[in-house]
Design a protein around this ligand. Structure first.
Ligand SMILES: [Zn+2]
Length: 178
């Protein structure tokens, strides 16, 4: 079984044991009648929600787009925007700034919010992603963290971008979508 399949199987299965008390979970209707994994011991409910993420559109002075080659699942080896999942103590903007720095070595700040996208994820079923146009304020371009490569590409030489959400943010940044 591929690693991604194993992870998908894990996430598409409801929780079997409570993360609070360790008792078995069972599928029970909530007040609205929707079936949810519920702890048979303490009553804790496993709510499943889209996983929040943030992505960065970064251009250089020649209008070339910064892309990274992904090292990790999903879609390792493919090109994408610098992006990552929002940590519990971060705003989406803070995630964008942090991912930009970790994956590209560049220091920056949010120029403007481009839009959001809800998409299917092979790992987490549903991702709610926020796209930002970023302004570079410092740093030195160098791939890091889960980026194998980071480089600016001209529109004519751009490789396919792995995620529909990222393709949409690039179009929005170019004024080609709304
Ligand atoms: Zn419990």
């Amino acid at each position: 079984m591929r690693k991604v399949d194993a992870i998908m199987e894990y996430y598409n299965r409801d929780a079997r044991y409570c993360i609070r008390c360790g008792s078995q979970m069972e599928s029970r209707p909530d007040r609205e009648g929707k079936l949810r994994a519920t702890c048979t011991g303490c009553g804790w409910i496993f709510y499943r929600n889209p996983i929040p993420a943030a992505a960065c559109v970064i251009f250089d002075e020649q209008g070339r787009l910064l892309l990274i080659k992904r090292r990790c699942e999903p879609k390792p080896g493919e090109w994408a925007l610098p992006s990552g999942y929002i940590e519990i103590d971060q705003t989406p903007e803070e995630t964008a700034v942090a991912e930009m720095r970790e994956e590209t070595g560049l220091v920056g700040e949010v120029d403007r919010f481009l839009g959001y996208f809800v998409g299917h994820s092979p790992l987490y079923q549903s991702i709610l992603s926020f796209g930002y146009l970023m302004r570079v304020t410092g740093g030195k371009l160098e791939a890091g963290d889960d980026a194998a490569e980071a480089r600016y590409v001209a529109p004519s030489e751009a490789p396919p971008v792995a995620f529909a959400s990222h393709r949409r943010y690039i179009a929005l940044a170019h004024g080609l979508a709304r």
